[in-house]
Design a protein around this ligand. Structure first.
Ligand code: FES
Length: 95
């Protein structure tokens, strides 16, 4: 399978994703991509750590040893940053 072109990688560093290991995800992705940023809660806390690709594709339950290949070769869920669809119950706790 061909590697997809990725412009921007954002790793959720809201409280719940941090507690689930998003710092390790961030460090792993920074070793492969130049354009990796931390972002605030993406509203999918229970499925973290979450990684957002190019503002539109989200990957859940990220793990350091698989996250690079997942975001490059697999298809994540569609994500709209400002949609209230699917916001989890503890979203407000992470703002
Ligand atoms: S803390 Fe990451 S989605 Fe809420």
């Amino acid at each position: 399978m061909e590697e997809k072109h990725i412009e921007k990688v954002e790793v959720c560093c809201g409280g719940t994703c941090l507690a689930q290991g998003s710092q390790d995800i961030f460090d792993t992705l920074q070793s492969k991509f130049e354009n990796v940023e931390m972002c605030s809660c993406l509203g999918r806390c229970k499925k973290g750590p979450n990684v957002l690709i190019d503002e539109k594709e989200i990957f859940h339950y990220s793990k350091p040893h698989t996250v690079n290949s997942k975001i490059c070769y697999e298809t994540g869920d569609i994500y709209k940053r400002f949609s209230e669809d699917d916001i989890t119950d503890n979203f407000l706790e992470d703002i």
